[in-house]
Design a protein around this ligand. Structure first.
Ligand SMILES: NC(=O)c1ccc[n+]([C@@H]2O[C@H](COP(=O)([O-])OP(=O)(O)OC[C@H]3O[C@@H](n4cnc5c(N)ncnc54)[C@H](O)[C@@H]3O)[C@@H](O)[C@H]2O)c1
Ligand SMILES: O=C(O)C(=O)C[C@@H](O)[C@H](O)[C@H](O)COP(=O)(O)O
Ligand SMILES: [Zn+2]
Length: 361
């Protein structure tokens, strides 16, 4: 089985990404050599802790690492300021200091929450990412976007704060429920559409292998996604310009996710948002209908949703769109494909165009 090492090149804040089937057992030995912290706290949602907590703690302890574990209830509902405050208090009560490090062990919710804790606890302590969902392995564990949701919108409080190292064990994907796997697939398709036509074709060709978790295909897929993300982040860490392309499908996707009161999985909302963005690209004359249709077909073929749920309050979606972080002086920016593999960033859309994609049945 192959294994890959990539680097996110950010000068003194550069870090490695290790991708390997079964890497979990050797994380302790590698981490012990890195001199990142004198002790660690693993933070995980309760479900991931139940599945894999014992294995991770064993590898860390066997390597002589002083480590404790904290958990929180699973799901997006935990990615908020209340859980953030509770975990902060627990760290303080445990005597966690500036020589300590955090380990984010779980999906994107865990990574975003624990990354934000690491960025802010005592004004910043080091942290490590061990992502366990496909979405976290291809996207959220890399690039340093951390944060929590507030009632007004997704990820509205947070920080750019990079991990010290990312360990990706593809073996843990075997226990992932299919709808969570698909959430990751949506972000995977995103990379093909924004940056890499060849990779997009690879996804079309390997649809069955991906759904069957073929290990060779999965590793190659994760490697390509992390490589694209690492390149984009290295060029524009704080989303001044290029990094906005990673937000393809998120302007409407995040709004739909929030309007569902987070009952929609993030990646599923992004799938709906990508199809909406493709329709906007067509109505703007930027993208051929046939190409947009090809992507919508792939999204649908994987089993992801393509339409805003019937009955969802369109005005509520529109009000969430206004809180998008890419907005400048009230003007909302969208990432629109011109062809598969290339996108542009534009705010030149009419209210009628937005209404049309929101109303479409
Ligand atoms: N920071 C970023 O760049 C970035 C990128 C994309 C998404 N995100 C954020 O990530 C979050 C979504 O992440 P997610 O989809 O991983 O959700 P999640 O963290 O809630 O995980 C999904 C579910 O899968 C379970 N799970 C995790 N690993 C498992 C495994 N190996 N086997 C079985 N079950 C497992 C979890 O307990 C949870 O119930 C959203 O909040 C989104 O905003 C952040
Ligand atoms: O890393 C990025 O940049 C992204 O936009 C990746 C997205 O998949 C992710 O959902 C991110 O959290 C969205 O960021 P936000 O700034 O729109 O909250
Ligand atoms: Zn996303």
């Amino acid at each position: 089985m192959s294994e890959y090492t990539l680097t996110v090149g950010l000068g003194e804040r550069s870090y490695p990404i290790f991708i390997k089937d079964g890497i979990m057992e050797t994380i302790g030995a590698d981490l012990a050599k890195r001199n990142i912290a004198s002790r660690y706290v693993v933070i995980s949602d309760e479900y991931v802790a139940k599945l894999y907590g014992t294995t991770l703690m064993a590898t860390l302890e066997q390597a002589g690492i002083t480590v404790e574990m904290l958990t929180f209830p699973r799901g997006e509902a935990s990615k908020n300021l209340q859980v953030f405050a509770e975990l902060s208090s627990k760290l303080a009560q445990m005597g966690v200091d500036r020589s300590s490090g955090l380990i984010a062990f779980g999906g994107g919710v865990t990574g975003d929450l624990v990354g934000f804790l690491a960025a802010t606890y005592m004004r910043g302590i080091p942290f490590v990412q061990i992502p366990t969902t496909l979405l976290a392995q291809v996207d959220s564990s890399v690039g340093g976007k951390t944060g929590v949701d507030i009632p007004e919108g997704k990820n509205l409080v947070g920080a750019f704060y990079q991990p010290k190292v990312v360990y990706i064990d593809t073996a843990v994907l075997t226990t992932l429920p299919v709808e969570e796997l698909l959430g990751g697939v949506a972000e995977v398709i995103k990379y093909g559409v924004i940056r890499d036509y060849q990779f997009y074709c690879f996804l079309e060709k390997n649809l069955d292998a991906i759904l069957a978790l073929n290990p060779v295909v999965i590793q190659e897929m994760i490697r390509t996604c992390c490589k694209i993300k690492a390149e984009v982040v290295a060029e524009d860490e704080r989303e001044a310009d290029l990094r906005r392309i990673l937000n393809f499908g998120h302007t409407i996707g995040h709004a739909v996710e929030a309007a569902s009161d987070f009952s929609l999985i993030h990646g599923h909302a992004v799938a709906i948002g990508m199809v909406a963005a493709l329709r906007l690209a067509v109505s703007s004359g930027l993208c051929k209908r046939k190409e947009a249709g090809r992507v919508a077909t792939l999204i649908h073929s994987f089993g992801l949703p393509t339409e805003i749920p019937e009955g969802m309050d369109r005005e509520r979606i529109k009000s969430y769109i206004k809180t998008d972080k890419k907005s400048i002086a009230g003007s909302v920016f969208y990432i629109l494909p011109t062809t598969i593999g290339e996108v542009i960033i534009t705010n030149e859309l009419t209210e009628e165009q937005i209404d049309a994609v929101l109303q479409k049945k």
